[in-house]
Design a protein around this ligand. Structure first.
Ligand SMILES: C[S@@+](CC[C@H](N)C(=O)[O-])C[C@H]1O[C@@H](n2cnc3c(N)ncnc32)[C@H](O)[C@@H]1O
Length: 189
């Protein structure tokens, strides 16, 4: 179990242990969230981000990993197992994703690989997410996406712009070996 803010979060084996990226996303969400928002979290992991959202707005979460789904449920999150937006019907005011963003290295060979492995350049899952997210956003909906200097912040911002989003850096933090940034995307009016 780990503690953050006023929360105690169970972390089961095979599930991403909340770290600096998770905490930065929690802070970004608390800055961005409006009580009227209907929220979707992709890649819930332990459920730490949704646990903070749940106190303030309605949220459902998704993860591809059965271990993560079990763990997020244990932490009281309404979560389903799916690959990104597969099977999701309806639109959301806010979509949140702390994705796997590391360029492929050695695989562990279990569900935890899905927590880190972002493909050859670290952007594989991010790019799939960006191609699909618009179809699940309400008219004035926005999304928060955590990215790292290890997978190329500028390239991802450029891709978001070319897909028709207005992009802003909502929050960022520099660490010893990387810079983490929470990007906010919304459709151009
Ligand atoms: C970096 S972890 C973040 C976990 C948690 N949100 C946090 O901040 O601590 C990424 C999560 O995304 C999930 N994930 C990876 N690819 C996915 C996909 N295609 N669809 C749904 N979830 C996915 C992983 O299983 C993992 O739980």
């Amino acid at each position: 179990m780990i503690g953050y803010g006023n929360k105690k979060i169970w972390v089961l084996p095979g599930v991403y242990k909340p770290a600096e990226d998770s905490f930065l996303m929690v802070e970004a969400v608390l800055k961005e969230l409006r009580p009227s928002d209907r929220v979707l979290e992709i890649g819930a992991g332990s459920g730490i981000v949704s646990a903070f959202i749940k106190d303030r707005a309605s949220v459902i979460a998704i993860d591809i990993s059965p271990c993560a789904v079990k763990c997020a449920k244990l932490n009281g999150i309404d979560v389903i197992r799916a690959d990104l937006f597969d099977g999701i019907k309806g639109r959301f005011d806010l979509i949140v994703f702390n994705p796997p963003y590391l360029p492929s290295g050695e695989k562990i060979g279990d569900w935890l690989d899905f927590a880190w492995d972002g493909g050859e350049d670290g952007q594989a899952t991010i790019n799939r997410f960006l191609r699909q997210v618009k179809d699940c956003l309400t008219e004035n909906g926005r999304f928060l996406l955590l990215v790292s200097s290890l997978s190329g912040v500028d390239a991802i911002m450029e891709r978001m712009t070319s897909l028709g989003f207005i992009v802003e850096e909502l929050l960022s933090e520099r660490y010893f070996f990387e810079r983490l940034v929470v990007l906010r995307g919304r459709m151009k009016e």
